[in-house]
Design a binder for this molecule. Structure first.
Ligand code: 13P
Length: 265
């Protein structure tokens, strides 16, 4: 049984002071929820201030990027060890904005994911096709290439620990969500690919998030699909009310809050 996850990607928004304020409100409202893994990913300078606000809750901290070397002459880069010490448990890798604006490739994504796992950070690895690729009927080939390349440095042992995110580029920040059926089709493809490359067991445990204009009013329909295990949320994660509604939208209808055990900090 895969546990739902809602991760907020704050992108380059919220100063450290603003981020700490938002984190405090989120932790105050959903910080005791254990049915859903909740992760918030502020910018690097805000990590420590956010961590201080959430460390006593079940809300977890994530970063938005890393570099695979442990330390050294890499001006402007941040290592896994630095992220761990700042309180991170997760790190988003290979977001389409990094792929398109900052030259991220499947190879660099894969190296970063392997480095994250080595230091016990859970990578949330993003893939997704562009609009023109979808229109040309290339979704399957694009996703297959991205998955194979982005997971190339991972192995049978660590594959089950990762989280994948399918974010069709045309749905990011546009208000156009993939239909639940469209998303499920690609999630099913991703799960099958991971099953072929690694093992069926790992594939069945793997969590695959959907990202792209997720809002309180579409989360339930999305997660009702077989292969959708939660969401990576951009714009709607910057507002306490909409983020909290998305999280609570993943709770069982009965809200029978008999607890699943949350992981420990
Ligand atoms: P939006 O939710 O703003 O479409 O962004 C999605 C995203 O890029 C999450 O990583």
């Amino acid at each position: 049984m895969r546990k739902m996850m809602i991760a907020g990607n704050w992108k380059m928004n919220k100063s450290p002071v603003e981020a700490a304020g938002l984190a405090e409100k989120i932790a105050g409202k959903v910080g005791d929820i254990r049915h859903v893994d909740i992760v918030i990913c502020p910018s690097f300078p805000a990590l420590t201030a956010v961590y201080e606000k959430i460390e006593k809750s079940y809300v977890r901290l994530g970063a938005q990027n890393l570099f695979w070397e442990r330390e050294g002459a890499y001006t402007g880069e941040v290592s896994t060890l630095m992220l761990r010490e700042s309180g991170c448990r997760y790190v988003i890798i290979g977001h389409s904005e990094r792929r398109s604006h900052f030259g991220e490739t499947d190879e660099t994504v894969s190296r970063k994911a392997a480095a994250a796992l080595e230091w016990n950070l859970i990578p949330i690895i993003c893939v997704g096709e562009k609009l023109e690729e979808r229109e040309r009927g290339e979704v399957e080939s694009v996703i297959t290439k991205q998955i194979k390349g982005s997971l190339a440095h991972l192995n049978d042992e660590n594959i089950a620990k990762i989280v994948l995110a399918y974010e069709p580029v045309w749905a990011i920040g546009t208000g156009k969500t993939a239909t639940p059926a469209q998303a499920n089709e690609v999630h099913g493809l991703i799960r099958a690919l991971v099953g072929d490359i690694f093992s069926k067991e790992a594939a069945s445990e793997l969590r695959i998030l959907y990202g792209g204009s997720v809002k309180p009013d579409n989360i339930r329909a999305l997660i009702a699909e077989e292969h959708l295990d939660g969401a990576l949320v951009g714009g709607a994660s910057l507002d306490e009310h909409s983020f909290v509604e998305i999280v609570t939208g993943c709770l069982p209808d009965t809200s029978g809050a008999e607890a699943e055990t949350g992981d420990s900090q």
